[in-house]
Design a protein. Structure first.
Length: 360
C-alpha cells in the first residue's frame, strides 16, 4: 500500500465525490437545529477552517518534495514515535467513520426499504470496506473517476427538484436573525462531518505531481464547499423552520412539488444513486485507518490490518447502534479534542520539521 501512486485528478475527484455526499444526508437538519436560517454560515465556517488546513498540508508537501506524511515523520521523529502516531491516526479514522456509518445505515434503510430491516442487513458494508481497504488508494482513485459523475448527477437532480419549491425569504434576515453563539454551536457540533484535510495529509507523496497541483486541489475543495452550502440554502428555502425535522434530506427534497409528484417520484433515482456513492464514501476513512495500521506493525500480509480495522469498527457499530446519541455526546464532549489535535495541531507541528529526504 505504501508505494501506490494515484493521479492528481483522482485526488480531486475523491474530494468532490465523497466529501460532498456525507455532508448532505443528516447534517443540514442537525445544523439547522442550532443556527436556523443561518445554517449556511455555520457550515461555511467549517469549510474555511478545513480549507485553510488543506492549504497548510499542501505547503507541507511542497516543503518535503516527494515524501509521504509517514516518511516525513520517520525522517524527523524516528521509527518508534512514528509508529505510535500512526496508531493514533488509525484510531482517529475509525472515530471519523463512526458517525457516517450509523447515519448511512438509517439512510439506506429508509431509501431502499419500505419497512425497517434487521441490522444484519447492513453487515456486508464491512466486507466491502475490507476489500476496498485491501485494494488500497489506487482503487480509491479509480472508483472516484466513476462515482464523481454519479454523485453530481444525484445532487443536480435533487437541487433541480427543490429549486421550484423554494421560498428565498426563509433565509431572511441574513446573519442577524440568530445569535452568533448559536451559529458557532452549529459549527462546533458539525465538526465530526469535516476534517477532510487529513485525507489530503495522507495523499501527499502518493499522487503524481503536475503543474498547479495545489491550485487544483484547493479549487476542488471550493467546489465541495459551494455545492454543500448551496444544498443547505436550497433545503432551508424549501422547508424553512421545518428543516430540522428533515433528517434524511435527499429523500425529502422536491417531495411536495406538485408537478413532479404527478409525473412520478424521480427523486428516488437520485436517492439510490446517492446511497451507492455513500457506501464507498463511508469506507474511505477505514482505508486510511488500515494504511496507518500497516505502518505501525510489520504484518505478514496486508489483508491483516484491513481485517483488524474493519472488524473493530463492525464490533463498535453493532455494540453501540442503539446508543448512538449517547456515544455521539461523548465524542463531542471529549473525543473532539483528540480529533482536533490529530487533524489540525499535529500537521501544524510538521511545519517546524527540518527539510530532508528519507535515507535510501
Amino acid at each position: 500500500m505504501s508505494n501506490e501512486k494515484v493521479k492528481l485528478r483522482q485526488v480531486c475527484f475523491s474530494l468532490i465525490a465523497f466529501a460532498t455526499v456525507l455532508k448532505i444526508i443528516v447534517l443540514p437538519s442537525f445544523v439547522s437545529g442550532f443556527a436556523k436560517e443561518n445554517l449556511w454560515i455555520s457550515i461555511l465556517l467549517n469549510f474555511i477552517l478545513d480549507g485553510a488546513m488543506i492549504f497548510i498540508v499542501l505547503k507541507i508537501s511542497d516543503r518535503f518534495k516527494g515524501l509521504t506524511f509517514y516518511q516525513i515523520l520517520i525522517e524527523n521523529c524516528g521509527e518508534i514515535p512514528t509508529k505510535i502516531i500512526m496508531c493514533l491516526y488509525a484510531l482517529y479514522f475509525i472515530l471519523k467513520a463512526y458517525v457516517p456509518i450509523l447515519e448511512q445505515k438509517s439512510f439506506v434503510e429508509i431509501a431502499l426499504y419500505e419497512t425497517t430491516h434487521v441490522v444484519w442487513i447492513f453487515a456486508p458494508i464491512f466486507l466491502i470496506s475490507c476489500f476496498f481497504s485491501y485494494k488500497g488508494l489506487k482503487t480509491v482513485g479509480r472508483i472516484s473517476d466513476l462515482l464523481i459523475w454519479v454523485s453530481l448527477f444525484a445532487i443536480i437532480v435533487l437541487l433541480s427538484l427543490s429549486i421550484p419549491a423554494c421560498d428565498l425569504t426563509n433565509l431572511l434576515p441574513i446573519a442577524i436573525g440568530v445569535p452568533f453563539k448559536n451559529v458557532l454551536q452549529g459549527s462546533r457540533f458539525s465538526l465530526l462531518w469535516f476534517f477532510d484535510s487529513t485525507y489530503i495529509l495522507f495523499f501527499i507523496g502518493k499522487f503524481k505531481t503536475e503543474k498547479l497541483a495545489k491550485t487544483k486541489i484547493m479549487l476542488s475543495y471550493l467546489v465541495v464547499a459551494l455545492i454543500v452550502t448551496a444544498f443547505f440554502c436550497v433545503l432551508y428555502c424549501e422547508f424553512g423552520p421545518l428543516t430540522e425535522r428533515q433528517h434524511f434530506a435527499p429523500i425529502k427534497m422536491g417531495k411536495y412539488y406538485l408537478s413532479f409528484s404527478n409525473s412520478g417520484r424521480i427523486d428516488y433515482l437520485a436517492g439510490f444513486a446517492l446511497a451507492i456513492v455513500c457506501v464507498f464514501a463511508i469506507t474511505l476513512p477505514l482505508v486510511f485507518s488500515s494504511l496507518c495500521l500497516s505502518h505501525s506493525f510489520n504484518f505478514k500480509h496486508k489483508i491483516i490490518p484491513c481485517i483488524i480495522v474493519n472488524g473493530v469498527t463492525a464490533i463498535i457499530f453493532f455494540a453501540t447502534q442503539n446508543f448512538f446519541f449517547n456515544v455521539f455526546s461523548i465524542i463531542m464532549k471529549y473525543g473532539v479534542y483528540f480529533l482536533l489535535f490529530m487533524a489540525y495541531a499535529l500537521p501544524l507541528i510538521t511545519l517546524f520539521f527540518k527539510k530532508g529526504r528519507v535515507k535510501k
